[in-house]
Design a protein around this ligand. Structure first.
Ligand code: COA
Ligand code: AMP
Length: 631
């Protein structure tokens, strides 16, 4: 047992104001808080009420002022283009303050929104920090989302300005962004007044005069601007994440609580010291990218790596080891799927022997369930500790982890160890009672969430209450199901809703069903996530056709696959669908998606008591077999 951890954890629950108030001393404030925690209006909590700070100042300027100006702040390593770029904290300050001038020139003021739709290039980080510098709220949209998804975010966030690049680059293909955005502007009711476009050598873009502006030309003519104080409780960003319907949820992150939690986590969870080189192999379109490519390492004074490539194929399964060796990475954070991809290509780890990984201490995994096979393979290959940890867009940092900065617990495969300081986690049954150890229930966090936890959803207090607070009063419902063991280790087993996790990406099957049901021949449909060796889960669609439709099923399947790609994006990985006569339902008409998934995964399952007609389950199994499931 780690006494240091136990003491910290206990204090964080018994005296949250004292605990987080002390940790907040590591952040620079222009005005101290009136209260550490404003809990007057549950379930709306606000950390560091009355305080003023600036996240960009904490992430950039203060390191320059404190002698880190020449330290590497951001290393861009892009095997997909064969390019690299290193920005020191001095460079970052210059670039960010100049680009903040560009935003100002385009009328962006404190509280205005800026949408960022960019590949993994340094300018995306510069854009995010420039927003933070002037108190504007950024909303980054992952480049794998299609026009309709961009349009939903435009309408909800109503940004004044949009930042983009001429293209993204995926293995074997270039993705021009402007056509996607032009299409999004046609769909959306709200269109930003200015678009600033980074021209990439690989493919440039045609700019629309008056609306679109060239990034470099704008930056060349801009006046650098200083950071402005904002309230700790002002929003830093909105990050949209999948909900159970097609409408994404706009998770808000504040400035003050977020900065405190980010700073703390770099030592507390990851055991890094300022100056250490750190790599989160994710994308800035996801929360992992926001927190651990950008904010946490920079606020803490680390060197952060931004990687534009894939774990395999850019050029080979040794690229992760090359990056670690070349830049002196002390800890790597990625999703298990990346390691499954490497393991598939290079099961014996032959690339490893070519690189010196002596500076690396630890591998951290999150984003999806870390299967014991993958963890053990990584441990064997790297001969380093492999640490699973569990978190969500809504929290911005780990809810459960082996907090290495507070002493280490023995690893138990399949468990991300214990709740982290600030997270008072109970496993509840449907009636809201705690279940005994070893039994699975809904994983819920007693309110308030610690700093960085979402204060609400953008323009949607009701959605915040309905999605997270209504089912278990006094708790935040994570949407995950799991259990504790007798040693207090937590296990994350599955979702309690219709979200799936594909290659570490959180996706809504409900959103895919909405697309399928728009097909002219489809009467009703269901999309479920089935187990996949590489991506963890992939979606599979079931369609019941309208009476009288006698077209080839293959043609209809091809059309719906294309529709999901066009409407949601390639990232949905929706490649498989099948036509069935009926869907299994309860007598009250609810589709039995969980049972369908269990059939697909070949699991034993209890016959649902309320099933309307059990024979349909055989039909579902028969339909799944040609797709390689239900074996
Ligand atoms: N822009 C445009 N398209 C993108 C994209 C982006 N930023 N990211 C992914 N896509 C596309 C891919 O090209 C692919 O298209 P395809 O259907 O034409 O092949 C599709 O979206 C699905 O992408 P993905 O699920 O990532 O599969 P993949 O086969 O390209 O790669 C892995 C598989 C495992 C190598 C990859 O998912 C990976 O590196 N994962 C690392 C984990 C990670 O970053 N997780 C994020 C949360 S921590
Ligand atoms: P996102 O909000 O995109 O980060 O996705 C969060 C979801 O990913 C969680 O609610 C879990 O379902 C899943 N997840 C993240 N980390 C883990 C983990 N370590 N183990 C199991 N599931 C995880």
């Amino acid at each position: 047992m780690s006494q240091q951890f136990e003491d910290a954890y206990r204090r964080s629950l018994e005296d949250p104001a004292g605990y987080w108030g002390d940790l907040a001393e590591a952040i620079d404030w222009t005005k101290r808080w009136d209260r550490v925690l404003d809990d007057d209006r549950p379930p709306f909590y606000r950390w560091f009420e009355g305080a003023e700070t600036n996240t960009c100042w904490n992430a950039v300027d203060r390191h320059v002022d404190n002698g880190r100006g020449e330290q590497r702040a951001l290393i861009w390593d892009s095997p997909i283009t064969g390019k690299q770029r290193i920005l020191t904290y001095n460079d970052l300050k210059n670039e960010v303050s100049t680009f903040a001038g560009v935003l100002r020139k385009h009328g962006v003021e404190k509280g205005d929104r800026v949408l960022i739709y960019m590949p993994a290039v340094p300018e995306a980080v510069i854009g995010m920090l420039a927003c933070a510098r002037i108190g504007a709220i950024h909303s980054v949209v992952f480049g794998g989302f299609a026009a309709a998804e961009v349009a939903k975010r435009l309408d909800d966030a109503t940004p004044k300005v949009l930042l983009t690049a001429s293209c993204g680059i995926e293995p074997g293909r270039i993705i021009p962004y402007m056509p996607i955005l032009n299409q999004a502007f046609e769909i959306a009711a709200h269109v930003p007044s200015s678009v600033v476009v980074l021209a990439r050598e690989e493919q440039t873009a045609e700019l629309k005069p008056g609306r679109d502006h060239d990034w470099d030309e704008e930056a060349a003519g801009a006046n650098p601007v200083d950071w402005v104080p904002v309230l700790a409780t002002d929003p830093l960003y909105i990050l949209y994440t999948s909900g159970t319907t097609g409408k994404p949820k706009g998770v808000i992150r504040d400035n003050g609580g977020h900065a405190v939690a980010m700073h703390w986590s770099m030592k507390g969870v990851y055991d890094l010291d300022p100056g250490d080189c750190w790599w989160a192999a994710s994308d800035i379109g996801w929360v992992v990218g926001h927190s651990y490519i950008v904010y946490a390492p920079l606020i803490h004074g680390n060197t952060t790596i931004m990687f534009e490539g894939k774990p395999v194929g850019t050029p080979d399964a040794g690229v992760f080891w090359r990056v670690i060796a070349e830049h002196g990475v002390k800890a790597l954070f990625t999703a298990p799927t990346a390691f499954r991809a490497i393991k598939k290509e290079d099961p014996k780890g032959e690339f490893l022997s070519k690189y010196d990984l002596s500076k690396m201490d630890t591998l951290f995994l999150a984003g999806e369930r870390a299967d014991p096979d993958t963890i053990q393979w990584a441990e064997r290959m790297l001969d380093k500790p492999v640490i699973d940890h569990w978190w969500q867009t809504e929290t911005g940092w780990a809810m459960a982890a082996n907090c290495l900065g507070l002493g280490r617990f023995p690893v138990k495969y399949g468990s991300p160890t214990k709740p982290t300081p600030g997270y008072d986690i109970d496993i509840l049954d449907d009636a809201g009672h705690a279940v005994p150890d070893g039994e699975i229930g809904a994983i819920c966090v007693k309110l308030p969430l610690p700093p960085s936890g979402l204060p609400t959803l953008w323009n949607n207090d009701e959605g915040y209450i309905e999605s997270y607070m209504a089912d278990f009063p006094g708790y935040y419902k994570t949407g995950d199901a799991g259990m504790y063991d007798e040693d207090g280790y937590i296990y994350i087993m599955s979702r309690t809703d219709d979200l799936i996790n594909t290659a570490g990406h959180r996706l809504s099957t409900g959103a895919m069903e909405e697309v399928l049901s728009r097909h002219q021949d489809v009467a009703e449909c269901a999309v479920i996530g089935v187990a996949d060796q590489l991506k963890g889960q992939v979606p599979v669609g079931f369609m019941v056709l309208k009476a009288g439709v006698n077209r080839e099923h293959d043609a209809i399947v091809k059309e719906v696959v294309q529709m999901v790609r066009d409407d949601i994006g390639a990232v949905a990985s929706f490649r498989q669908a099948t036509v069935v006569n009926r869907l299994p339902k309860t007598r009250s008409g609810k589709i039995l998606r969980k049972t369908m998934r269990q059939i697909a995964d070949g699991e034993d399952f209890p016959m649902p008591a309320t099933i309307d007609d059990p024979v349909i389950l055989d039909e579902i199994a028969q339909a799944l077999k040609p797709l390689g499931y239900a074996g």
